[in-house]
Design a protein around this ligand. Sequence first.
Ligand SMILES: Nc1nc2c(ncn2[C@@H]2O[C@H](COP(=O)(O)OP(=O)(O)OP(=O)(O)O)[C@@H](O)[C@H]2O)c(=O)[nH]1
Ligand SMILES: [Mg+2]
Length: 464
Amino acid sequence: MESFGRESQTIAAISTGLIPSGVGMVRVSGPKAIEIADQVFQTVGQKPLQQRKGYTSAFGHIHDGDEMIDEGVAAVYRAPHSYTGEDVVELCCHGGVYLMERTLRVLLDHGARLAEEGEFTKRAFLNGKLSLDQAESVIGLIQAESAGAARAALAGKDGALKREILSVQKRLTGTAAHLSAWVDYPEEDVEELSPQSLVSEMEGSQKILESLYKKYDTGKMIRKGISTAIVGKPNVGKSTLMNLLSRYERSIVTDIPGTTRDVVEESVLIGGYALRLADTAGLRETEDQVEAIGVQWSRKKMESSDLILAVFDLSRPMDDDDHALLETVEGRTFIAILNKKDAASEADISAGERLIREKASDVLVMSAQTGEGLEQLEQMIPKVLGLNKIDPAAAMIANERQRECVKRALDALAEGIEALRAGITLDAVSVCLEDALSPLMELTGERASDAVIEQVFEQFCVGK
Ligand SMILES: Nc1nc2c(ncn2[C@@H]2O[C@H](COP(=O)(O)OP(=O)(O)OP(=O)(O)O)[C@@H](O)[C@H]2O)c(=O)[nH]1
Ligand SMILES: [Mg+2]
């Protein structure tokens, strides 16, 4: 009972980060937002906030009783034309942690309640401002670390996925209508209402969902970054490549084989994508206990990464270790980096290249030391991963929850198609159609349980 009416209460939270910064923002939302803000914020030479229109702002003083805390600006939004769909006031003050916390405390003293994680966005969802998948894109926007990730999140927030899902829902509802027409008037031998035509309709929906589903892993790389392992035998120049890509001395480089022992990680931006690089210990059999652990870690890193940069040294003849590496990366997404071009003769280069090309389709001759070939590498990476074929602004599944919903819809559709083909009762097919529709409505939040909604908004921070 404690939570009775919580949704109609006025909430407040600090929406900017809790670190000293130029400006801080404390947000209030709910039926009493403007009234409460008026008790805390005194406009200077202007009407109180309650007499102001939406989408206006006023300069004034934030005070606690007679004590002035700070000066700032209050922006007023009137329901339903605000982020949450309720009356909202955003109080911008100086971004000192004490000032923001004090401002918040005074708002709470005057009747606001501290907002829970994601409660502003949750209210936007409950008030029909956003679908559940759009709300999830807000998290994506906040977490985006690259241009690609930000574009994908913005497209999601704009409703790209929602529109695609709604179009499939519409198709499925149409198919359900045809199915019942066929059940009700079987004697009307209408050509387009055959089991075969129903199968085609369902396959149409299946195709759209499948294409979304297949793009999931690539989309994930755009959003979360491409985990990339730099591997190779000792001394081939892995750490030099790491430093070249990081643009600073991230890893220790020496001419002693076995220099790198730990996995050294760094995030870099390449062509609008985030690359999560891991420089690893050179792969070789070793008696050295510490180095041996490093080699194990290298292998683990290689197994879990999206992309492998397999480095070879052109200035020395290829040996068994190089061949072993080629075998290890076979079947994986990798680029063979033929390094130390500057220290190799034309003959070495062509011999090395010929050998590697037998096993690798993406090969780059470069010099990590001089930087020659860096640009080509940066262009190759998105291409090898197929990222260049994906429009970040297109509809994309953004997380595991959404992926699972699409998967359930696909399973139900496959079952329905099989049932139709096998001539199983049409009632069973109706059930499959309903089973396909239901997870799609869960995805957009049109028909999601409270538990699902809770889980989504728990991932937000307070203030959003
Ligand atoms: N000439 C030339 N030397 C290079 C190049 N890349 C790396 N080196 C040299 O090769 C040696 C080994 O470089 P590292 O980057 O430490 O090699 P690594 O693969 O990380 O070696 P381990 O950590 O021991 O496995 C160093 O002396 C580098 O300066 C290159 O492109 N050209
Ligand atoms: Mg190294």
